[in-house]
Write a protein that binds this ligand. Structure first.
Ligand SMILES: [Zn+2]
Length: 69
């Protein structure tokens, strides 16, 4: 079985020949490769941008809520 194998492109699911004729394997094209990498990067960058209302110090009304410290 030395025939050309093929894999599914992780981005679009298209069959990609596994060989030198597919330099972007397992992606079907450079575009799909960049899309996948881009998705990765945007997920990483999205993590530290999810806090804004998290300020426990803003509740200083002095009604005894801070006595636990
Ligand atoms: Zn693709």
């Amino acid at each position: 079985m030395a025939e050309a194998r093929s894999v599914a492109c992780p981005t679009c699911g298209k069959a990609v020949e596994w060989g030198p004729q597919s330099p972007y394997r397992p992606f079907c094209s450079e575009r799909c490769k960049l899309i996948d990498l881009g998705a990765w990067a945007s997920e990483k960058f999205r993590v530290p941008v999810a806090e804004e209302n998290d300020e426990p110090e803003s509740a200083e009304t002095g009604d005894g809520g801070q006595a636990a410290r």
